[in-house]
Ligand binder design. Structure first.
Ligand SMILES: [Zn+2]
Length: 285
């Protein structure tokens, strides 16, 4: 099935993580979305990252990138190369969209390769973006948040509804990493306002930049992401969710092997954050 009225559907993935690309391919097949293409992200080993660093396009302290303080107790204080590579990949994709010949009102969908859709996503999306949808969008930057991580706080937003029952709610605090739709004007708004990478891309787009423009969230979400719940490996950095998953497995199975796995996962997580700055950027503190 083709999703109508979207100029393109990009699935962002990495050449170095073919298992994620494969997952996305199967997931698109499962729900029956045919008109999409893979967009290959920059790898965190790409020398272009150091070129951007040398040009001053990446802010690496001295203050913490999360809380903006010079002395703090955040585990991660410097953006990782994974965070930077992800941010740069987004910018390059948005620039491709901005520089194409499509009209300014054109809509694009951007997905992550760890996406997990509701079963009826394809016909539901076709209904949402039916003919006439574009006529109701103002001639200004607009973002539609279509799905987000299945966190406890958002649990009430992840369930399947019949075709035609989704609604858009204006203003949203969600980070719609797994799937968002925006018009070309929105992508131009992002590329025009980008100056420097100073944190994670999702924070910048879905929190900071959203403030200035019209944005909506879909209720309920059409999808969630798997890396958030530790079911698929994160491409950006070691996440604590791997430890949480082991803890949950222990609670449900009472199998002591999950205690060891939990301890290992937690150690990997802390080791990563304590060592990454030195190893990745050659910075010593
Ligand atoms: Zn901090």
């Amino acid at each position: 099935m083709k999703i109508s009225n979207l100029k393109n559907i990009y699935v962002r993935t990495l050449k170095s993580m073919p298992e994620r690309t494969e997952w996305a391919k199967k997931e698109m097949e499962r729900v029956g979305i045919e008109n999409y293409e893979f967009y290959y992200n920059i790898e965190k080993t790409d020398p272009i990252i150091d070129e951007w660093k040398d040009k001053g396009l990446i802010k690496l302290g001295p203050e913490c990138f999360q809380c903006k303080k010079t002395v703090c107790s955040c585990r991660a204080k410097v953006v990782t190369k994974g965070i930077v590579a992800n941010f740069m990949s987004c910018i390059f994709l948005w620039r491709d969209i901005v520089n194409n010949d499509d009209p300014d009102d054109s809509l694009y969908m951007i997905l992550e390769d760890d996406i997990y859709f509701q079963d009826n996503a394809a016909p539901a999306l076709n209904y949402i973006f039916q003919d006439g949808f574009l006529d109701n969008i103002p001639k200004e930057p607009v973002l539609f948040k279509m799905g987000w991580g299945d966190m406890l706080a958002y649990r009430g937003t992840h369930f399947e509804v019949p075709i035609g029952k989704h609604v858009f709610i204006e203003n949203s605090d969600k980070f719609s990493n797994p799937c968002y739709v925006a018009n070309k004007r929105f992508f131009r708004y992002l590329t025009d306002n980008f100056k420097q990478i100073h944190g994670a891309c999702d924070m910048w787009v879905h929190r900071e930049m959203c403030q200035g423009v019209k944005h909506f969230e879909l209720f309920p979400a059409i999808c969630k992401e798997l890396s958030h719940v530790g079911m698929i490996k994160s491409a950006m950095h070691t996440k604590y969710s791997e430890a949480t998953k082991m803890q949950n497995l222990y609670s449900t199975t009472k199998d002591p092997q999950y205690i060891d796995k939990f301890i290992e996962a937690e150690r990997r997580y802390f080791d990563y954050w304590f060592k990454y700055a030195e190893e990745e950027w050659g910075i010593t503190w």
